[in-house]
Every structure is written in structure tokens, then in C-alpha cells.
Design a protein around this ligand. Structure first.
Ligand code: PEP
Ligand code: MG
Length: 579
């Protein structure tokens, strides 16, 4: 039966009955009112804004209790937008000037407003269009312009199929405890809906393009969030395969969970440090449960991307302190903002760039926006007394950038000292090695840093000249390319000649296929998404360092990606069958 591929945003396999949500945009009839009724219609608009704002506020509070303030702040955008005077004024003008009904004026205004976001080049800003649609639905409901399906009234467990799901729809559905999983036509990994789904461990596949046209309510559907696959009306064999897969995943998880408190140690006694990658402090619990011995990458830009304004120093301080306290003395590597590229802030005054990944991103952006950079460094330093906090600069491509960043750090240090704050004076400073330039000069960079962390997600795209977000060249993006492997090995070697410790925190660290090789190259610290830690530990505990070095020597002699992949697959399968 048909199988559709999209982007898996939350792992897990589930089989269930589909419920297709209305895919049509809300249709509001073009209605006019007599001029003596316009004041009444404007009043309706005012009331609808107030009611919608109160409703969102309530949802945010309820969600914060369950998922923490960081995730709940996704609703902050809705709340602040609804509190703003400008949209109401423009809608009131439409009613007065054109004599539109309240519902029609709202719909006209919102559509124009939404289009502005849809036309923006940044995927992050395009996502905002969906927030706007969500707000429109709420407002129309409050002026009585829409008959809404009551999601809260679901009485059986379902898999939701929708053109799109807004964050609030997802939360509403999840609260019914009837949501098994979902699949949508649109969306990507940076969408708020995807972030929430991952946070709540709901199996989901997004970006399926036209899944709503292939599925009807009542169909049986498989959602494989791990591989990004949806199967429609599975036949007996597919059903059996996926049921077995779901059971198998459960069993594997249970077996791996038994390793939680054991060291990630090779058979000949070499200890490997396994750390977690997070976007929100909320994810730390999961990392610790899966056996992480600290956090090797806290992607702080998500604190910025969640809201429509930059968080204050105080808000950042609280987030970092909270994270450090949860870790209770375990290391916490806080990466300064990696904004730009595909991670743009709506209020950042971003100019659209022709090549955003080669443009003003990451440390370059921070160094050109010093008040923002300084406030982040102040917050990190102030939180440093609450645990083992380390700071890391992303996308450094030349040594002068590291020197400049360290200079800003030292001025912030002096300032805090004068103000009487306590902080860790010798806070370790790390550098991400994400460009070929940095990899080539790793020896010099390592001399001026306390640690290096190889960011393969970017290192691969810059080495192979392949945009990591462009599916048209996706097949060219490979960690197994000999050029990438040589650069990684070079960084480990050059870094090892100084005091600096070298680790790796790109997705490659959590990919089962590369564990043996990375150990063989000399890496002793790997940082990855929580879900990959147990499997990685299992592989490490099954091999000896001599095995790993032998595998590495062989791999480095290959000329093509294909040979590398075939060989690593064979070697890894000897200790991990589920490849
Ligand atoms: C990387 O580039 O490998 C990395 C870890 O950073 P990000 O994925 O956030 O760019
Ligand atoms: Mg990166």
C-alpha cells in the first residue's frame, strides 16, 4: 500500500485510524453592514481580541505547568500580537471605510498580513504565517464567523492528518490524550509544531506535501516518525512489519535502558564521555535519563527564536542557571547564539541575503551586534557559579574572530567584577570547528582555546559546498565523504597537540554508523541528541580500541564515500544489528 516520505520530527512508530482535519482555509462570506452598524461591528472586534487574548493566556499557563516556560512561550507571540493596538485599528478602519462585517474585515486583514510572512525567504519567518492563521481562527470563532470542529471532544484515539497543525491545535489535541501521532502536508524541523511534538514525544511526519489528498478519515495509517514515513492502509504484511517494528523499538529501548548507569567504556577500558545536545533546559531530564554525563551543546538561539523579541539578560540568566542546577555539577556547554543562515529572528532587522549560509551568521552576527552578544555573555557568566558552565563560540572561521570574542568576554568580565557579581573567572572557552578554514588552522585555534567541538552539520556543508537545507542536493551531503573524514581526523590530531580537548557534536556523533570510526580517530567525547545516547553506548561497550583503530586505518585508505559506507555498515553490524 502507498508509502509516503516526509520529515520525521519525533521518533516512534504508531498504527491507528486517521482523522483528517478540515484542509480548507476558513471561508468567510463577503458581508457588508449599514453605516449605522459599523460601531457595533468594531465593538465585536474589540471583544474578540480581548477574548482570544485571555484564551491564549490561559493555554500558555496550562502548558507551562506541563512543559515549562520555554516551550510555553511559543504562545507568547500570539498573546503579544493580540495585545497590540495596531491590528485592531487597521481592522476598525476597514469596517469604517468599507463597511465590512467584523468577521470579513478580520479575514481580509489577516490574509494580507499572513501573505507578508509567506513571501519571506527565511523558513523561520514563513512559519510565522501559521501563527497568524491560528490567531485568525481564534478571532473568527469569537466573532461567530466560523463553525469549528471541537477537537477537545474526540472520543477515540486517532492519528491526525492535516494540511498543517498550529501549535495551539497540537496542544489542544494532546490534552485530549487521544492523539497517537500526526502527519502534515507542510512544515519542517524548525516549525514550532515540530519542536513541540519532539518535546512531547509524539510520533510525527511533516513536509509530506500532499498527504491530505491521499488519506480519508477512517483509513488506517502508520506513522514512522523515526524514518519520516507514512503508510496508508497497510496490507497484512506491512501491518505485521510495523507492529513488530513498534514492539521491537520498545524492546530495544528497554534493553538499552539497562545500560543507563554503566560507563561508556570500550572492552579494553577506554572511557568515552557521552553528552547531550539540547535546545531548551526542559530537555535535560531526558538526556540524563538516557545516560548523558552532561550537556555538550546547548543551542541557545532557540531561546531567541521562540519569541518575537530578544530575551533580556535576566531571562537568559534564569534559563542558564536553571539548566546548570538541573545538571548538578555535570558539564554544561553553552553555545553563544548561532543566528542567521536558516535561523533568523523576526525582530532582528534581517536583511535578506543571497547566500545566508555564507553571510552574516553566527559569531559574525554576534560580533556585529555587541549589545546582544554582551548581554548573553553576562548571563552565562552570572550563571557560571551554579555549575560547571563552559562557553562555546560557533562558526569561527579565523583566529581573529576568536580573539575578538575573547576580548568581548574579558570586557564583560571586568564589568561584572566592578558591579560586584560572582562568576567563574576561569570559565573554559571552546570553539566550534565548522568550517574547512577552522579545521585547517585547528592547531593555532586550539592554542588559544580550552576545547574544540567539531560541528559536522556545518563542516560537511562547507567542505562539500552543499546547502544542508536544500533537498535537491541532499544526496551529495555526506559525512562519509573522504574529504570530510580527513578534515575531522586532522582536527583531532592538531587539537591533540595542544592542551585543548577535542569533541564532536554534529549529528554524525549520534549516527550508529560512525561511532567506531570516530573512536578510532581518537575522539573521546561525543555529544548528541538524547535518543541516540543508549545505542552509542551499546556500540562502544561492544568494541575494543584496537578494533576501532583498525577500522579507522582502513576507512582512511578509501577513495569514495561508497566504500566507506559499505565497510562501516559491515563493521557496525557485527556489534549492532539494527542498522
Ligand atoms: C553543527 O553544525 O554540527 C552543529 C552542531 O551546529 P548546528 O547544527 O546548530 O548548526
Ligand atoms: Mg553549526
Amino acid at each position: 500500500m502507498p508509502l509516503k516520505r516526509g520529515v520525521g520530527v519525533s521518533s516512534g512508530v504508531v498504527i491507528g485510524t486517521a482523522l483528517v482535519l478540515e484542509t480548507e482555509d476558513v471561508r468567510v462570506p463577503r458581508r457588508f453592514v449599514p453605516s449605522d452598524q459599523t460601531a457595533h461591528e468594531i465593538q465585536l472586534v474589540e471583544k474578540a481580541f480581548a477574548a482570544a487574548q485571555a484564551e491564549v493566556g490561559g493555554e500558555r499557563e496550562r502548558f507551562a505547568e506541563r512543559a515549562g516556560n520555554d516551550l510555553a512561550d511559543i504562545f507568547g507571540f500570539h498573546e503579544r500580537w493580540l495585545g497590540d493596538e495596531k491590528p485592531r485599528k487597521e481592522i476598525a478602519d476597514l469596517i469604517r471605510d468599507k463597511e465590512y462585517s467584523a468577521a470579513y474585515a478580520i479575514s481580509v486583514f489577516m490574509r494580507r498580513y499572513r501573505r507578508r510572512f509567506q513571501e519571506m525567504a527565511s523558513p523561520f519567518l514563513q512559519e510565522r504565517a501559521r501563527d497568524i492563521q491560528d490567531i485568525e481562527r481564534r478571532l473568527l470563532r469569537h466573532v461567530g464567523g466560523e463553525t469549528r470542529m471541537e477537537l477537545a471532544a474526540l472520543d477515540e484515539s486517532v492519528i491526525i492528518i492535516a494540511h498543517d497543525l498550529t501549535p495551539s491545535q497540537l496542544v489542544e489535541l494532546e490534552q485530549t490524550k487521544r492523539l497517537l501521532g500526526f502527519a502534515t502536508d507542510v512544515g519542517g524541523t524548525t516549525s514550532h509544531t515540530a519542536i513541540i511534538a519532539a518535546g512531547l514525544s509524539i510520533p510525527a511526519v511533516v513536509g509530506l506535501e500532499d498527504i491530505t489528498t491521499h488519506i480519508s478519515s477512517g483509513d488506517t495509517v502508520v506513522i514512522d516518525g523515526l524514518h519520516g514515513v507514512v503508510v496508508i492502509n497497510p496490507d497484512e504484511q506491512q501491518r505485521a512489519t510495523y507492529t513488530a517494528e513498534a514492539e521491537h523499538l520498545q524492546e530495544v529501548r528497554a534493553t538499552l535502558a539497562e545500560l543507563r548507569d554503566l560507563d561508556a567504556e570500550t572492552r579494553d577500558g577506554v572511557k568515552i564521555e557521552l553528552l547531550g545536545n539540547i535546545e531548551f533546559p526542559l530537555e535535560i531530564t531526558d538526556c540524563l535519563e538516557k545516560g548523558a554525563r552532561g550537556i555538550g551543546l546547548f543551542r541557545t538561539e532557540f531561546l531567541f527564536l521562540q519569541t518575537d523579541r530578544l530575551p533580556s539578560e535576566e531571562e537568559q540568566f534564569e534559563a542558564y542557571r536553571d539548566a546548570a542546577q538541573q545538571l548538578d555539577g555535570l558539564p554544561l556547554v553553552i553555545r553563544t547564539m548561532d543566528l542567521g543562515g536558516d535561523k533568523c529572528h523576526p525582530t532582528g532587522g534581517w536583511e535578506m541575503e543571497k547566500n545566508p549560509f555564507l553571510g552574516l551568521r553566527s559569531i559574525r552576527y554576534s560580533l556585529q551586534n555587541l549589545p546582544m552578544f554582551r548581554s548573553q555573555l553576562r548571563a552565562i557568566l552570572r550563571a557560571s557559579v551554579f555549575g560547571d558552565i563552559r562557553v562555546m563560540f560557533p562558526l569561527v572561521s579565523r583566529i581573529m574572530e576568536l580573539r575578538q570574542a575573547k576580548f568581548v568576554l574579558s570586557t564583560v568580565t571586568e564589568e561584572l567584577e566592578e558591579e560586584g557579581y560572582e562568576f567563574r573567572e576561569d570559565i573554559p572557552v571552546g570553539v566550534m570547528i565548522e568550517t574547512p578554514a577552522a579545521a585547517i588552522c585547528a592547531r593555532e585555534i586550539a592554542r588559544e582555546a580550552d576545547f574544540l567541538s567539531i560541528g559536522t552539520n556545518d563542516l560537511i556543508q562547507y567542505t562539500l559546498a552543499v546547502d544542508r537545507t536544500n533537498e535537491r542536493v541532499g544526496q551529495l551531503y555526506s559525512p562519509a565523504d573522504p574529504s570530510v573524514l580527513r578534515l575531522i581526523r586532522q582536527v583531532v590530531r592538531l587539537g591533540g597537540r595542544s592542551e585543548a580537548k577535542v569533541s564532536l557534536c554534529g549529528e554524525m556523533a549520534g549516527d550508529a554508523l560512525f561511532v567506531i570510526l570516530l573512536l578510532g580517530m581518537g575522539l573521546r567525547t561525543l555529544s548528541m541528541a538524547a535518543g541516540n545516547i543508549p545505542r552509542t553506548k551499546k556500540i562502544i561497550r561492544s568494541i575494543s580500541m584496537a578494533d576501532a583503530q583498525r577500522v579507522c586505518r582502513r576507512v582512511m585508505s578509501f577513495e569514495t564515500e561508497r566504500e566507506v559506507l559499505n565497510y562501516l555498515r559491515d563493521e557496525t553490524r557485527k556489534v549492532w544489528e539494527d542498522l
